[in-house]
Each structure stands twice: as C-alpha cells, then as structure tokens.
Design a protein around this ligand. Structure first.
Ligand SMILES: Cc1cc2nc3c(=O)[nH]c(=O)nc-3n(C[C@H](O)[C@H](O)[C@H](O)COP(=O)(O)OP(=O)(O)OC[C@H]3O[C@@H](n4cnc5c(N)ncnc54)[C@H](O)[C@@H]3O)c2cc1C
Length: 220
C-alpha cells in the first residue's frame, strides 16, 4: 500500500451534470495520471493491529498487507438487501443496473423506490422494445430526488413505464413474477428483475475491525 509522495494535479475539471461514461473516463484518466495502484475486485475482510510493531495488518480475499495507516472509504450502502422470496436465486435477478442496453426487447421489473430504482427503471424504459414495471411497497417515491421522480412521471404519462405503488413481489418464476397489489395477487410477464431495495449497512464489518458505531436513530 505504498503511495507516490506527492500526487500530480489531475485537472481543474468542474462537473455540473455529467454522463456516467464521461465520469468513468475522467476517473480512468485520473488513475493513469496519478500512478495510484488500484487492486480491483479485492475485498478487505479484516484490519488488525500489526503484531509487535506500529500500524495495521490488512487481510483481503487475496493477500495480506502491513500498513502504517488505513483510510476507510467503503461507503454506506453495504451489501444489497434481498427480497427473500422464492425464485430470487434465478439468474435473471440482479441487484444493480450495469448496462441498460442489455434489457432491450425484454419485460423488466424494477423493485424499489429510491434513486437507484428510479434511475434503473427510467434508463431501461428508454431502451427500445422494453416493457418496464416499477414496483414499490409504499404509496409515493418520497425518498427519491425530484429530478428522478419527474422523469418517472414523464415516462409514465408517455406510456413507457408502469408504476405499481403498494405492491410486493411474492414469487419469481422463470418467465413471470407473482405480485401482490392492493391485497390482490397477480402475475406479470417477466424476463429480468432488478432489485434496488437498499443495502445492509457495513456495521458488522466496522465493529469487527474495532470501530465503535453509535446509533442515533433507527436499528442499524
Ligand atoms: C442511483 C444513485 C444515484 C446517485 N446520484 C448522485 C448524484 O447525482 N450526485 C451525487 O452527488 N451523489 C449521487 N449519489 C450518491 C453518491 O453515489 C454517493 O454519495 C457516493 O458514491 C458516496 O461515495 P463513497 O466513496 O463514500 O462510497 P461509495 O461510492 O459507496 O464507494 C465505496 C466503495 O468501497 C467499496 N467497498 C465497500 N466495502 C469494501 C471492503 N470491505 N473492501 C473493499 N472495498 C469495499 C465498494 O465496493 C465501493 O466501491 C447517487 C447514489 C445512487 C445509489
């Protein structure tokens, strides 16, 4: 985990609104210019005080490192929350949107009511041949950004997206989904599902590495 003594200035780019592709290019360029070594697809499993010396021993799923300091920047999302319904293990179920294009000409169900769900649903609905349904267990998208809510409304009014409030997925089958809506159970044709139902916080990991977590409100 050695770093160059001084990182070069990457640029003076100021983003206002930026497409995902441009942002990824920006970060790739920053990585190249800075010389930072990034080990992709490597998960930190444990951080312990180094035996007999200052610093820490960091154990990942690939290797062990001795380091003087650790900067944690693991985000708050944790691992994706599952629905816990029969059929969820089918390969057509995903927990984040990688590429909207892959859903062209498919019947897609997006589950959730936050920004991830709304962004996934609207970007898939913008792809040709898609039939997209957004299922949310509550009666309004109160947690999502206004811009995303407006986009959903617009696509709904254009008939490109269907929204099912107060609905719950009961079962996932290879070519359909069983959904409860206002106490009635129905079947929806389905090729793919994206579950964007939030995440299980990384609290256990933080506690394991010795960080005291204070809960001000909520359960986690
Ligand atoms: C759909 C959506 C849209 C959003 N839109 C906007 C927007 O328009 N503008 C805005 O400002 N913000 C937006 N946000 C919020 C923004 O993405 C977050 O605030 C930001 O990503 C937080 O950055 P972070 O570096 O703290 O954490 P993250 O981006 O979550 O990064 C944490 C990283 O740590 C990795 N990690 C976690 N645990 C481990 C471990 N044990 N070992 C190794 N690696 C680990 C994760 O895989 C991840 O890559 C949006 C979020 C979502 C979900």
């Amino acid at each position: 985990m050695t770093q160059p003594a001084e990182l070069p200035i990457i640029g003076k780019t100021r983003f206002k609104e930026v497409q995902k592709e441009d942002l990824i290019d920006f970060w790739k360029n920053a990585e190249k210019k800075s010389g930072i070594k990034i080990n992709y697809s490597e998960r930190v499993d444990a951080i312990e005080p180094a035996a007999g010396k200052d610093g820490y021993t960091v154990t990942t799923n690939r290797a062990t490192y001795d380091t003087r300091a650790v900067l944690l920047a693991i985000g708050r999302r944790g691992s994706p929350r599952q629905l816990g319904v029969p059929g969820e293990e089918l390969p057509k179920v995903a927990y984040r949107l990688i590429d909207a294009e892959q859903y062209r000409n498919q019947h897609v169900l997006v589950v959730g009511g936050g920004d991830s769900a709304l962004e996934a649903a609207t970007s898939i609905a913008a792809e040709p041949g898609t039939t997209v349904t957004l299922s949310y267990r509550s009666g309004a998208f109160s947690r999502a950004k206004q811009k995303n809510r407006e986009k959903v409304e617009q696509m709904k009014s254009e008939g490109r997206l269907k929204v099912l409030f107060n609905s719950n997925v009961k079962e996932i089958r290879p070519d359909s989904v069983i959904i409860e809506l206002n106490d009635k159970v129905g079947r929806l044709r389905n090729d793919s599902i994206i579950v964007s139902a939030g995440g299980i916080l990384p609290t256990v990991f933080l506690q394991k590495i010795g960080i005291k977590v204070e809960t001000k409100w909520g359960d986690e």
